[in-house]
Design a protein around this ligand. Sequence first.
Ligand code: ZN
Length: 128
Amino acid sequence: MPACRLCGGIYPRENFIHGIGPRKDVCVRCGVEHKFVEAEEVPILYDPSTTTARMTLLARRYSPFLWVILLWSAWVTVLSGIAVWGLASAVLLGLTTLALIPWFVLSSAAYQAKLARLSADYARPPGH
Ligand SMILES: [Zn+2]
């Protein structure tokens, strides 16, 4: 992946503006900040609401893994010493952990569809 020569950020090719001279190897954010392009010309530079929606979608996708790690940590530190509740909660946590993997695989298509709805269309220009 190329690096922006102004900010040094490394992004996929679609996050760069096109052109020669001062516009060469400039990311869309630096392109808008340095007035090489207008914000309307670069749909890949998302507005704040789209950015929030994308981050929310990403958080909903991966947060169950953080919750499971957190719950296992709580189980190890607190619940493992309690006789009946420790075993019951371990079984429940184990089933949740095992169910998480098929859920992650089966929901990937829905996640990709929702992310595509929040992504800008990008047509690679000829020669790139
Ligand atoms: Zn940049």
